[in-house]
Write a protein that binds this ligand. Structure first.
Ligand code: SF4
Ligand code: SF4
Length: 382
């Protein structure tokens, strides 16, 4: 397993994580099978947004004696209404659900207290302009949560949440199809498979700006909907010319700025194994670039951080270099130290470029790499 640091928290997450949604309303044996398979694969991060006591207790039972092996994202404001989950900021309702989470998991702390589902202006105000935020901050002060996070599907609202400086972790709905949805398109329509390929044309700048903002502010992203609820794997539902594989979806997510872990929903141990098999695959097997690009001239010039352009004779990690350049370019006048540090830590920086042009010939997205390398030298000084 590989691990990435989660912002300034001192914690690190496995690059493949577990989303527990598919364990809801399942017998204990299934929870145990999946959670133990995940721990055996050295997965160390688990998202648990479901409010139901039964699934929480099943997960707690499966984690008996193993609690310290896993970072838990536990959501505050996720409550039951009928047989469905629902979001609320009403503390009279939220508080007992959080206490129930600790009790069901038989723990006295949650690693990431996630402010649940902040998508709309109303959600934002409910979370940050009421006593809800005071409650979350108090939980942190009391050590009942180690760090604060939030979940969102909306890039504009998520960026506002990041700008507050309160959170260390953002759980965000991220996959190549969502990244290509126009700003005015309803994500719900995409999630329900109601959109055809024409809705997925170019990169949505609000979404990419969010990822870059997170990286520059030291806010880590964990991804949900990494496989597009399975639709990206299906020849019947994919918006691309052919389905992506699980590994290609994971690789796409892991190569976006700020992403530390992809949380994959698993309902069998085989699902866990398929996800972690990502670690055994070659770069060619994980490469998503050709599938995403096919038939989309609108993507020209936009680096997708896929490294399809390698090998580079100067041994430059082109995707990493251009990703850091994009983040630094978000506000070149005040580049965060962490971005410069990451750049300086590269084995070979842009100044090593011999301008051979081999990468430009191979890049499916027509990125003017040599020009970008020159810009990187100007900006980073090496
Ligand atoms: S330059 Fe092109 S091939 Fe290389 S990482 Fe960027 S998009 Fe991929
Ligand atoms: S042009 Fe520069 S970055 Fe591209 S392959 Fe050649 S040396 Fe590497």
């Amino acid at each position: 397993m590989l691990y990435r640091p989660i912002g300034k928290t001192g914690m690190s997450a496995s690059i493949i994580g577990l989303g527990a949604e598919h364990l809801d309303h399942k017998p204990y044996e299934i929870c145990e099978e999946v959670i133990h398979a995940a721990l055996e694969a050295e997965i160390n991060i688990l998202d648990l947004f479901m409010p139901g006591t039964a699934v929480r207790e099943n997960i707690g039972r499966a984690l008996k004696g193993k609690r310290d092996q896993v970072l838990i994202q536990g959501h505050i404001g996720s409550v039951e209404k009928g047989d469905q989950y629902h979001r609320t900021r009403d503390l009279a309702v939220c508080r007992p659900y959080f206490e129930n989470l600790l009790k069901s998991l038989k723990t006295d702390y949650i690693d990431f207290g996630m402010m649940f589902f902040i998508d709309t202006e109303e959600d934002y105000q409910g979370a940050f302009e009421t006593e809800f935020i005071d409650y979350v901050l108090k939980l942190k002060e009391e050590g009942k949560i180690r760090a604060i996070g939030a979940s969102s599907h909306n890039p504009k609202t998520a960026a506002r949440v990041v700008e507050t400086g309160v959170i260390d972790l953002l759980m965000f709905a991220l996959n190549p199809a969502y990244d290509m949805l126009a700003s005015d398109t309803e994500l719900g329509d995409a999630m329900e498979g109601r959109l055809d390929a024409s809705h997925y044309e170019t990169i949505n700048p609000e979404r990419y700006d969010l990822y870059k903002l997170c990286e520059s502010r030291g806010v880590a992203i964990t991804t949900m909907k990494t496989l597009g609820a399975g639709k990206l794997l299906s020849p019947d539902f994919t918006p691309f010319q052919k389905p992506l594989t699980v590994a290609q979806c994971i690789h796409y997510a892991l190569t976006r700025p700020a992403v530390v872990s992809t949380l994959i929903g698993c309902s069998t141990k085989e699902h866990v194994w398929e996800a972690v098999n990502y670690l055994n695959l070659s770069e060619a097997e994980k490469d998503f670039s050709e599938i995403i690009k096919a038939g989309r001239s609108s993507l020209s010039g936009q680096c997708m951080y896929c490294n399809h352009c390698l090998p580079c004779p100067a041994e430059i990690d082109i995707a990493a270099t251009l990703r850091l350049l994009d983040i630094a370019s978000l506000d070149a006048s005040s580049m965060p130290d962490s971005v410069k540090e990451q750049y300086d830590a590269l084995d070979n920086t842009a100044s090593a470029c011999i301008e051979c042009g081999a990468c430009e010939e191979r890049c499916p997205f027509d990125v003017p790499v040599i020009e970008r390398m020159q810009r990187a030298v100007e900006l980073f000084g090496s």
